[in-house]
Design a protein around this ligand. Structure first.
Ligand code: DOR
Ligand code: ZN
Length: 431
């Protein structure tokens, strides 16, 4: 029998609103006890004094790039980056090559993940073939092999009739649809938030209205169909307002926001750093504040990284030409810990948005430290300081706006299925 005792930490279990000093005992891969003063023989002991002990983080939005773009990331490197960032599970987006629009691709990803990834991997399948927004994928077949959600992320389904059908079918197979909400006709060539910053930079703007309008459309369709809609990477105050109202009206909508949209404004782009280019773009101070308030209120349920690796040569080009997206897995915790330091979120609520919410939205295990649950746990030092160097991280890519910065908040250990797969002293610990 394998036993791991995580001793003396501040246990934060959002699933049962627990916030107290306790020990956590894992036995044979599952949580066996959460109590004070656990004494057992023959257990490996992890000293968590001064640390937080929470359910392993669950990322709703990761791009693992395999199959097809392994020079940016693959399931092995992305899985390592995940556990180094405290994530015991990630949902991976379908914009791979080939696109994950067929059960054979979903199967391939799950197979690779079992062999190569220390983190659990939950595939998100495409909603339409080839992400083209025209022909729906075979949702029940994809669900049956393990797809946990459907999304054309990276692209937007512009045809409203197709989106209606996607939502109708998703309801029949009881799987949520994750929407990347940007009206492409309004985005146009836009590469940075439309406003004073785009003017100063002399770059084409992408207006917040592109997001607001698309969110309004999809909320209307969610009401019409009764489907479960999940809005990815909310970035605008307008979208927040619409989602808040929809929830008040009883529409089944959930939402996520990224660490970057919570902490950076479009002013970060003033130096033309392509590591501040993403879709949707960084927005104004007022948008950031609206996202933060919505997260605190619970109108936005979850923090999701949108970990989007791109190679150095792809990002070292003119701003207009660079692909959108930044790394997120290895920096998410310290970046969002700022919200706790500023008094905007209690630690327990931060853990809910990093873990429990994702499990609930996707209907996967984890996000909870109840006895009998899978032993997926993260141990965090909220005071730990370190300097982030993407070259020393686990991702294959380096595209981060936090490169070289000193960050506060460290992952001490990540445990998946009762096995310590990452420890800050020893690094990633599996094959
Ligand atoms: O910034 C982004 N990068 N947004 C997306 O929707 C796609 C992603 C990517 O795949 O690189
Ligand atoms: Zn997206």
């Amino acid at each position: 029998m394998t036993r791991l005792l995580i001793r003396g930490g501040r246990v934060l279990d959002p699933a049962v609103d627990m916030d107290q000093l306790a020990d956590v005992l894992l036995e044979d891969g599952v949580i066996r006890a959460v109590e004070t003063g656990i004494e057992v023989r023959g257990a490996e002991v992890l000293d968590a004094a001064g640390c937080w002990v929470a359910p392993g983080f669950i990322d709703l939005h990761t791009h693992l790039r395999e199959p097809g773009q392994e020079y940016k990331e693959d399931i092995a490197s992305g899985g390592r980056a995940a556990v180094a960032g405290g994530f015991s599970a990630v949902a991976c987006m379908a914009n791979t090559d080939p696109v994950n629009d067929d059960p054979s691709v979903t199967d391939f990803i799950l197979d690779r993940a079992r062999q190569d990834s220390p983190a659990r991997v939950h595939p998100v399948a495409a909603a339409t073939k080839g992400l083209k927004g025209v022909v729906m994928t075979e949702m029940s077949a994809l669900r049956d092999v393990g797809a946990v959600a459907f999304s054309d992320d990276g692209k937007t389904i512009m045809d409203t009739g197709v989106m209606r059908n996607v939502l109708e079918y998703s309801r029949l197979v009881n799987v949520p649809v994750i929407v990347h909400a940007e009206d492409r006709t309004l985005v146009g060539d836009g590469v940075v938030n439309e406003g004073p910053v785009s003017t100063r930079l002399g770059l084409p703007g992408n207006p917040a209205a592109a997001e607001d309008i698309h969110v309004a459309r999809d909320l209307t369709l969610a009401r019409l169909t009764g489907a479960r809609l999940h809005v990815a990477h909310v970035s605008s105050a307008g979208a927040v307002l619409l989602i808040r109202r929809a929830r008040e009206d009883g529409i089944q909508v959930t939402a996520e926001v990224t660490p970057h949209h919570l902490t950076l404004t479009d002013e970060a782009t003033l130096g033309y750093d392509t590591n501040t280019k993403m879709a949707p773009p960084l927005r104004s101070r007022a948008d950031v504040e609206a996202c933060r308030a919505a997260l605190a209120e619970g109108v936005i349920d979850a923090i999701a990284t949108d970990h989007a690796p791109h190679a150095v040569h792809e990002k070292e080009v003119e701003f207009n030409e660079a692909p959108p997206g930044i790394l997120g897995l290895e920096t998410a915790f310290p970046v969002v810990l700022d919200l706790v330091r500023l008094g905007e979120l209690e630690p327990l609520e931060l853990m809910r948005r990093m873990s429990t919410a994702g499990a609930r939205i996707l209907g996967v295990s984890g996000g909870c430290l109840a006895v009998g649950q899978p032993g997926d746990v993260v141990v965090l030092d909220p005071e730990g300081r370190w300097t982030y160097d993407p070259a020393k991280g686990y991702s294959k890519s380096r595209n981060s706006p936090w490169a070289g910065q000193e960050l506060t908040g460290r992952v001490i250990a990540t445990v998946v299925g009762g096995n310590t797969v990452y420890h800050s002293d020893r690094g990633v610990l599996v094959g």
